[in-house]
Design a protein around this ligand. Structure first.
Ligand SMILES: NC(=O)c1ccc[n+]([C@@H]2O[C@H](COP(=O)([O-])OP(=O)(O)OC[C@H]3O[C@@H](n4cnc5c(N)ncnc54)[C@H](O)[C@@H]3O)[C@@H](O)[C@H]2O)c1
Ligand SMILES: N[C@@H](CCO)C(=O)O
Ligand code: NA
Length: 441
């Protein structure tokens, strides 16, 4: 048992986030004790290699606390903070901590999106807290607002910029006209993107966060496999410039919304993809590596949560908020909210979503071509909102070609896919340059 008035905190991981968590726990030791009603004492920090040289970031050296025995450490803690990342051994260690009766705080979106239900069920059975504010959009309070502040409302839609790396890359493409690979290299040199940027640019990181947000917003289990995912690797500098010419910016959005399928089934949809956002939408102003989550709820209306989604200090702020919450519960008794999946809504396939689209294509520039293109859209019941044709140029084979930009009214994804396929089959269509969804209008 801990000393009276003292709680034992075990830290799993001492990297970018863990170091800052350790710093805040030591630097603000007395203030945290006053806020919690008990002192928070770090009893150990599990790392892969305790002997590896590390920067000293706290007044008290952390070296004496480092251990490679993570399993032994969780057995002697009241609060376990997991900031090591990855699926294993993080999952086993969290389950072990819960089985020992510890409350747990994690920043691990990958684990929660893959196997959250196992952790939630274990925490529920043991009567301990499982908190994870840092797992979605770093420092931004979004898990707690959706899980608690909006618990009396009906969330209709969540639109998020939840990956700082891709937002930085798209922003640099828009403001400097950079190519994607150049902007990604810049993001790596600034420490935003990992050496292997796949999880960010292919949308896996955003998809994990989308799954977590959708579970909370719609009281339904949603895992990473339920998220339709498309990254930013096919977005070109040309797409970004074309977006600007129609009053849009390209953003990688995580979208979770209530929807009704063509057969009348009520469900939800969760998807991550690049989208055109009107410059007048609040999400369009989210620049650089910042994150923001835009929530539409029945009674609250529109809400936006904005801030830093990554980085050691900002992420540690969210972790510490959770540590204080779970520690207060241990001091005062009771627990925080448990997972709520009563609604159990079906996750509808992405083909059931309805959005507006912009299709850019190159066509042969001669009479009747526009009519043929329009007929294809009409044949698939896709309504055209606007058409813009830019001056033609002579292609290498002597044909005059023109660039067309078609904006559609909201259309089912499946109709749009069939339309694009039919357009590709037209002799007069030389190339479908891009197809982008328009969101937030
Ligand atoms: N870095 C961010 O900006 C950020 C933002 C939000 C959430 N997160 C999440 O926080 C977690 C940690 O991220 P990070 O950037 O601090 O990672 P990191 O790679 O900088 O640090 C990981 C730490 O965990 C330790 N560790 C890893 N595997 C271990 C093992 N098997 N046994 C013992 N120790 C082990 C490492 O030694 C290291 O100290 C991840 O789940 C990440 O998704 C990070
Ligand atoms: N790699 C993530 C940070 C952690 O979630 C990002 O770029 O936003
Ligand atoms: Na957060």
């Amino acid at each position: 048992m801990p000393e009276a008035g003292s709680l034992r905190v075990a830290l799993l991981g001492c990297g970018v986030v863990g170091t800052q968590v350790a710093r805040l726990l030591t630097e603000h030791h007395d203030e945290l004790a006053a806020r919690v009603g008990a002192t928070l004492e770090i009893v150990g920090i599990a790392v892969r290699n305790p002997d590896a040289p590390r920067e000293q970031v706290t007044g008290t050296p952390l070296e004496p606390l480092l251990t490679a025995d993570a399993e032994g450490l969780v057995a002697r803690a009241d609060v376990v903070v997991e900031v090591m990342g990855g699926i294993e051994p993080a999952r086993t260690l969290l389950l072990s901590a819960i089985a020992h009766g510890a409350s747990v705080v994690t920043a691990n979106k990958a684990l929660l999106a893959q196997d959250g239900p196992t952790l939630y069920a274990a925490a529920d059975a043991a009567g301990v807290d499982l908190y994870f504010e840092a797992a979605v959009a770093g420092a931004i309070p979004i898990v707690r607002p959706v899980r608690e502040s909006l618990a009396g409302d009906q969330v209709r839609r969540v639109l998020g910029i939840v990956n700082g790396t891709t937002n930085y890359v798209l922003d640099r493409m828009a403001t400097e006209g950079l190519d994607l690979d150049v902007a990604v290299k810049e993001a790596q040199s600034l420490g935003y993107a990992e050496a292997d940027p796949t999880a960010d640019v292919e949308g896996f990181d955003a998809a994990a966060k989308a799954a977590i947000l959708a579970s909370l917003a719609f009281h339904t289990r949603v895992s990473l496999d339920d998220v339709a995912r498309e990254g930013i690797t096919s977005v070109t500098a040309d797409d970004v410039a074309s977006a600007a010419s129609t009053g849009h910016v390209v953003k990688l959005l995580a979208i979770a919304e209530r929807n009704r399928a063509a057969d009348g089934t009520d469900g939800i949809q969760v998807r991550v993809h690049p989208a055109l956002v009107p410059v007048t939408h609040p999400l369009a102003g989210v620049r650089g590596a910042y994150n923001a989550v835009f929530v539409e709820a029945e009674s609250a209306g529109e809400l936006m949560f904005y801030g830093r989604g990554a980085g050691g200090g900002p992420t540690a702020s969210a972790v510490l908020g959770d540590v204080v919450s779970v520690a207060r519960h241990r001091v005062l008794g009771g627990r925080g909210p448990v997972e709520s999946w009563y609604a159990d809504l079906p996750v509808l396939p992405a083909t059931e979503s309805r959005t507006r689209f912009q299709v850019r294509l190159e066509v042969v520039d001669r009479p009747g071509v526009l009519a043929q293109v329009a007929a294809v859209l009409a044949g698939h019941d896709v309504s055209i909102e606007a058409v813009r044709q830019t001056a033609g140029h002579a292609a290498a084979d002597g044909h005059e070609v023109a660039a067309l930009l078609l904006s559609t009214h909201a259309a089912p994804e499946r109709a749009l896919a069939a339309t694009v396929e039919a357009l590709e089959g037209l002799d007069v269509v030389r190339e479908i340059v891009s197809v982008l969804r328009v969101e937030g209008s």
